[in-house]
Design a protein around this ligand. Structure first.
Ligand SMILES: *[C@@H]1O[C@H](CO)[C@@H](O)[C@H](O)[C@H]1NC(C)=O
Ligand SMILES: *[C@@H]1O[C@H](CO)[C@@H](O)[C@H](O)[C@H]1NC(C)=O
Ligand SMILES: *[C@@H]1O[C@H](CO)[C@@H](O)[C@H](O)[C@H]1NC(C)=O
Length: 497
C-alpha cells in the first residue's frame, strides 16, 4: 500500500474526521456524564473501524502484489512473443532453450502424434533434429477449417497444417511511385530457407497466396508489367491471368487474390507500382503446408530415408533398379546438395540361397530325358530335384552351371561318342561333346560344359544325352564321375519386392 500513503490522502481519513467533528459538536450541548459515556462509545467505535480498515488494507495489499506478479509474467510472455517473431537469425537465445526439444518435423507429424493438440504456435524441425538449422516456431492448424472468405480460392485447411509466419502479413500500402515494380518489399520469414525447403519436401502440398486491393492501380497495362513477385530463387513471376480485373483501371477499390503451389515457394519479394495515381494494398498470406509426401514402401534413396525420418549420417541399404544398393547418406547436407548421397555398391541379397552339387553313382544310357542324379553333395535351397534331374530357379537372377561327365566306349567298339546338352525350359542352350575314333579297349573321355544364365523364377534347367550313337554311355560307380554344379550368382529384387 506504499503508493496509497505517499501519493494520495487516505480515502477513509476525511470521512473519519468529519464524523468525529459532528460527534464533538453534539457533545457540547450534552451533560458532562453523557459526554463522558459518548466519548467512550466513540473510542470503541473508532477502534472497531480502525481494525476493519486495517484488515481491508491487508486484503488490498495482497491483491495488488498478486496483480503485480501477473503483470510481470505477462510482460515476460510479451517479450518472448516479440522475440519469437523476429527473423530466425535473431532468434538464437529462444532456440537455445527449445532447439533440443523440437523432435517433430511438421505440424502434420505433431497432429498425427496426438490429434487432441490445439491449434497454436509450435516448434518444429523440418530438416531434422540435431542437424541443419535450428528449429522454427510455426503456427499449426490442428482442426479442419474452410476458408472461403475469398471466392477465388476456396481454401480448405486440413488438420495438421503448418503455417510459416513472416514480417509482411498485415495489409501494406504500395504508396505512389510510378515506375514498373518500383514498390518492392522483401518478405522475411521466421524460418530459414533450408527449413522451408525441407518442409515443402516433407509435405504433400504447400501453398501461399497474395491478395491485392487495387483502385486504379494495374498489374499489367498497355503491354507494361507493373507488378510481379520473386520466387525462392529470386526468379521473377507475373501474377496469374485472372488478376486482370485490376488492369481495367476501375476507380472502385476491389481485391484480387493469387495462389501459388509448391516448387517456387515461398514468395521472397513483391513488386507493385502506382502509375495512375490510384491506390493499392497487398496482403501476403503465410506459406501453408499440409499432408505428408508419399514415400515408396521401400526407400530408393537417401532422400526417401530422410523423408521417413532418418537423420543420422551413415551407410544405408536402398532399393536399386534390380539390386539392393549401399549408399552413404549425409543428412546434414541438403537433399540436392553434392555429397548428400554417395553410392557405394551393390548389396548381395540371397532371399533363397541356392547352391547344388550332385553326382551320379551308376551308369546311364537313356537319350532325350533329363539325367537324374543319385548322390547329393550339396543342395542348399533344394532347387535341384535329383530324381527328375531338373533344377528350378527359385528367384529371378544370374545363375552359373557346370557339368563334368565321363563318356565310355562299349567293349569291342573302337569309338567313343557322346553328346550331353544343357536345356533351359526345353530349349538347348549348350552342349558337351566328345568323339574319338580308333581307340583301344576301356577308353574313357571327359565331357565338360559351363554356362552362366539369366533366369526368371520358375525357369527349369537340366542335362540330357542328345546323342550316343551305338557306341557310348555315361560311365559311373560309387566314385562319382559325373558332376552337376550350379548356384545363384546374383539375385534380382524387382519382382520379389
Ligand atoms: C522439453 O519439453 C519438455 C516437455 O514439454 C519440458 O518439460 C522441457 O523443459 C523442455 N526442455 C527444453 C530444453 O526446452
Ligand atoms: C489466401 O488468402 C486468403 C485471403 O487473404 C486467406 O484467408 C488465406 O488464408 C490465404 N491462404 C494462404 C495459403 O495463405
Ligand atoms: C547310389 O546312391 C544312392 C543314394 O545315395 C544309394 O541308395 C545307392 O545304393 C547307390 N548305388 C550305388 C550303386 O552305389
Amino acid at each position: 500500500m506504499r503508493f496509497m500513503d505517499e501519493r494520495m490522502p487516505h480515502p477513509f481519513s476525511g470521512t473519519i474526521q468529519s464524523f468525529l467533528l459532528i460527534l464533538a459538536l453534539s457533545a457540547c450541548f450534552t451533560a458532562a456524564s453523557d459526554w463522558q459515556a459518548k466519548v467512550e462509545q466513540l473510542e470503541r467505535n473508532y477502534v472497531k473501524m480502525k481494525e476493519h480498515f486495517e484488515s481491508k488494507i491487508v486484503d488490498l495489499e495482497t491483491k495488488v502484489s498478486r496483480l503485480e506478479a501477473k503483470v510481470k509474467k505477462q510482460d515476460s510472455i510479451v517479450a518472448v512473443l516479440k522475440k519469437g517473431h523476429k527473423p530466425f537469425t535473431d532468434n538464437v537465445d529462444i532456440n537455445r532453450h527449445r532447439r533440443h526439444n523440437a523432435t517433430l518435423r511438421t505440424c502434420h507429424e505433431i497432429h498425427a502424434a496426438n490429434p487432441s493438440y490445439a491449434s497454436g504456435m509450435y516448434w518444429i524441425d523440418p530438416d531434422g533434429q540435431g542437424i541443419g538449422d535450428p528449429p522454427i516456431h510455426v503456427h499449426c492448424d490442428m482442426v479442419a477449417k474452410k476458408n472461403s472468405r475469398m471466392k477465388v480460392i476456396a481454401e480448405e485447411i486440413q488438420p495438421g497444417t503448418t503455417s510459416i509466419l513472416h514480417d509482411s502479413e498485415s495489409e501494406m500500402d504500395i504508396g505512389h511511385c510510378v515506375e514498373p515494380g518500383c514498390y518492392s518489399r522483401p518478405i522475411k520469414y521466421y524460418a530459414s530457407e533450408r527449413q522451408m525447403a525441407a518442409l515443402i519436401q516433407l509435405s504433400n502440398s504447400c501453398a501461399q497466396n497474395i491478395t491485392y486491393n487495387c483502385r486504379n492501380s494495374p498489374l499489367n497495362y498497355d503491354g507494361i508489367t507493373y507488378a510481379w513477385w520473386n520466387d525462392k530463387d529470386g526468379e521473377r513471376h507475373q501474377f496469374a491471368d485472372w488478376l486482370t480485373s485490376c488492369d481495367q483501371l476501375s476507380g472502385k477499390k476491389h481485391a484480387v487474390n493469387d495462389g501459388v503451389k509448391d516448387g517456387r515457394l515461398p514468395f521472397t519479394r513483391v513488386h507493385f507500382s502506382n502509375p495512375f495515381k490510384g491506390s493499392g494494398q497487398h496482403i501476403v498470406g503465410r506459406m501453408r503446408c499440409s499432408g505428408k509426401a508419399k514415400v515408396e514402401a521401400m526407400p530408393t534413396s537417401c532422400q526417401d530415408l530422410w523423408r521417413m525420418g532418418h537423420t543420422l549420417n551413415a551407410i544405408y541399404s536402398v532399393r536399386g533398379a534390380k539390386r539392393m544398393e549401399n549408399v552413404f547418406c549425409q543428412f546434414d547436407k541438403r537433399p540436392n546438395e553434392q555429397g548428400f548421397q554417395k553410392w557405394i555398391g551393390y548389396v548381395d541379397v540371397k532371399s533363397r540361397p541356392t547352391y547344388f552339387h550332385v553326382q551320379k553313382n551308376r551308369t546311364f544310357y537313356s537319350e532325350n530325358v533329363a539325367i537324374p542324379f543319385e548322390v547329393e553333395k550339396v543342395n542348399v535351397g533344394n532347387a535341384m530335384d535329383l530324381k527328375t534331374g531338373i533344377f528350378t530357379a527359385p528367384r529371378d537372377g544370374l545363375y552359373f552351371f557346370s557339368f563334368t561327365g565321363l563318356a565310355s566306349a562299349k567293349p569291342s567298339k573302337g569309338t567313343v561318342f557322346a553328346a550331353v546338352g544343357l536345356f533351359l525350359n526345353a530349349v538347348q542352350v549348350g552342349e558337351a561333346w566328345v568323339h574319338e575314333a580308333d581307340i583301344s579297349v576301356n577308353h574313357d573321355s571327359p565331357l565338360t560344359l559351363q554356362s552362366t544364365l539369366t533366369l526368371k523364377a520358375q525357369d527349369r534347367v537340366w542335362l540330357q544325352i542328345t546323342s550316343l550313337g551305338d557306341t557310348g554311355f555315361l560311365y559311373d560307380d560309387a566314385n562319382g564321375y559325373n558332376h552337376f554344379n550350379g548356384f545363384m550368382l546374383d539375385e534380382e529384387i524387382t519382382r520379389s519386392l
